[in-house]
Design a protein around this ligand. Structure first.
Ligand SMILES: Cc1cc2nc3c(=O)[nH]c(=O)nc-3n(C[C@H](O)[C@H](O)[C@H](O)COP(=O)(O)O)c2cc1C
Length: 201
């Protein structure tokens, strides 16, 4: 009888431990509402190459113009390359100096919005930028779903980045995106009233 009680108690203890350690995945709404631009990262936490690969595989599910997939990524994960890139993002450096990964986002020109050499409408390579924004939206949201935080940075030296990462002239350098874990919870900046940005007909 004593033996059975001991086994039962152990089973209950194990179940309690499992319940406390297994985290449930956040809902889509939780991902949307908890994603913030994070400007202070936890220096004690790292992100592995395998995790970045998982993230970018999810990003490949983003839609793009005629499925052209113009978005490309250059991942600075070694401390040497990361430090080099920190020197190319101006005043953003202090905000992301502890982020373990920095990702340069580019797109291939003349792909989205083009059939052969023919530009299909007035947007031209704007469709490449559009697709890249979509991909990067997938990136920051998937990152949040994986428990990471991000900062998209448009303030960066594109020519220094082009030469530092060997990015060809056939690509446009867009943002640098920091990836890591938040050191503190940022506030949600105010948004415009819906009435200012939407018209129903
Ligand atoms: C294209 C783009 C460029 C941005 N560039 C910078 C930047 O250089 N530095 C920075 O601190 N934040 C940058 N941000 C972050 C915005 O300031 C931020 O998204 C906005 O204030 C809303 O805050 P939230 O992301 O927390 O919702 C950028 C965001 C986007 C989408």
């Amino acid at each position: 009888m004593r033996k059975i009680s001991l086994i039962l108690l152990s089973a209950i203890a194990v179940a309690a431990c499992v319940r406390n350690t297994v985290q449930t995945a956040p809902s889509f709404d939780e991902v949307l509402s908890s994603r913030r631009s994070v400007r202070s990262y936890d220096p004690a936490k790292t992100v592995s190459e395998a995790e970045v690969r998982e993230l970018l595989l999810a990003v490949q599910d983003a839609p793009s113009w005629a499925n052209r997939e113009p978005a490309k990524y250059y991942v600075a994960i070694s401390s040497e390359k990361r430090n080099e890139l920190l020197g190319m993002i101006g005043g953003n450096k202090d905000r992301v100096s502890e982020a373990p990964v920095l990702i340069v986002s580019t797109f291939e020109k003349g792909k989205s919005g083009f059939f052969g050499d023919r530009q299909t409408n007035e947007i031209g390579d704007g469709w490449g930028a559009y697709d890249t924004g979509l991909s990067n939206a997938y990136l920051v949201l998937k990152a949040r779903a994986m428990g990471f935080d991000t900062l998209i940075m448009g303030m960066r030296d594109s020519e220094a980045i082009r030469s530092g990462f060997g990015i060809p002239e056939s690509e446009t350098v867009m943002a640098v995106i920091a990836l890591g874990y938040r050191a503190q919870d940022p506030k949600r900046p105010e948004r415009r009233p819906l009435e200012e940005i939407v018209k129903f007909f």
